[in-house]
Design a protein. Structure first.
Length: 205
């Protein structure tokens, strides 16, 4: 997991609502427990034709969006089954930010655990951002997590809310394991004390 930093990146437009996790990463690719390699299969059924070639009609195959780190999508993004592979695929593909009006709760929570910032905006703001991308494909937005803002070349300024603990974890690149390890000294001290007071718990079978 990488630290989330202020960045100016291409914003890709996926103007579809109710994008579910089976479209984000189809079930036939859920064969690994490692987080890497899933980006190749992101939106597989939409990205590729039956013969494996790129589908030119799919939004993310637009050359203007190839280097995008920001995904601007329709409402209720990440609905469906609660597979953590969905944010794995999104992050592995290269996105670290999603902007939508709403997300499925489990997907929303999983994003933060995998270094992705899911930003909620109102419908009018989303429409404005989508219009800016459609009018200038390849346009770059600036996302500043510390200031909690998104700015665009057209002068749009979006302020967004984010839980302060989750914000801190993204800025410090802390997933659940990383958070635990910040208390490593206390864990070590507890184990050392327990070995002295309850040695039988530490005896091998």
């Amino acid at each position: 997991m990488e630290k989330y930093t202020k960045h100016t990146s291409v914003a890709a437009l996926l103007n579809r609502s109710n994008v579910d996790t089976d479209q984000i990463i189809p079930k036939q690719f859920l064969k690994k427990v490692e987080r890497s390699g899933f980006g190749a299969h992101l939106f597989h059924d939409w990205r590729f034709n039956a013969d494996g070639s790129d589908n030119p009609e799919f939004e993310l195959n637009n050359p203007a969006f190839k280097s995008a780190r920001i995904l601007v999508a329709g409402e209720n993004f990440g609905c469906g089954s609660s597979r953590e592979h969905a944010p794995w695929a999104i992050e592995d593909y290269g996105f670290n930010t999603i902007i939508s009006t709403s997300y499925a709760d489990i997907f929303f929570n999983n994003c933060f655990k995998n270094g992705i910032l899911p930003i909620r905006v109102d419908a009018n703001t989303l429409a404005t951002l989508m219009q800016e991308i459609a009018a200038d494909e390849g346009v770059q937005f600036t996302v500043d997590l510390q200031a909690q803002t998104v700015t665009t070349p057209a002068g749009t300024l979006v302020n967004f809310d984010v839980d302060p603990v989750r914000k801190n974890n993204l800025l410090r690149a802390l997933d659940d394991i990383g958070i635990t390890l910040t208390h490593a000294d206390k864990i070590d001290a507890f184990e050392a004390n327990q070995k002295q007071t309850m040695p039988w718990l530490w005896r091998s079978a």
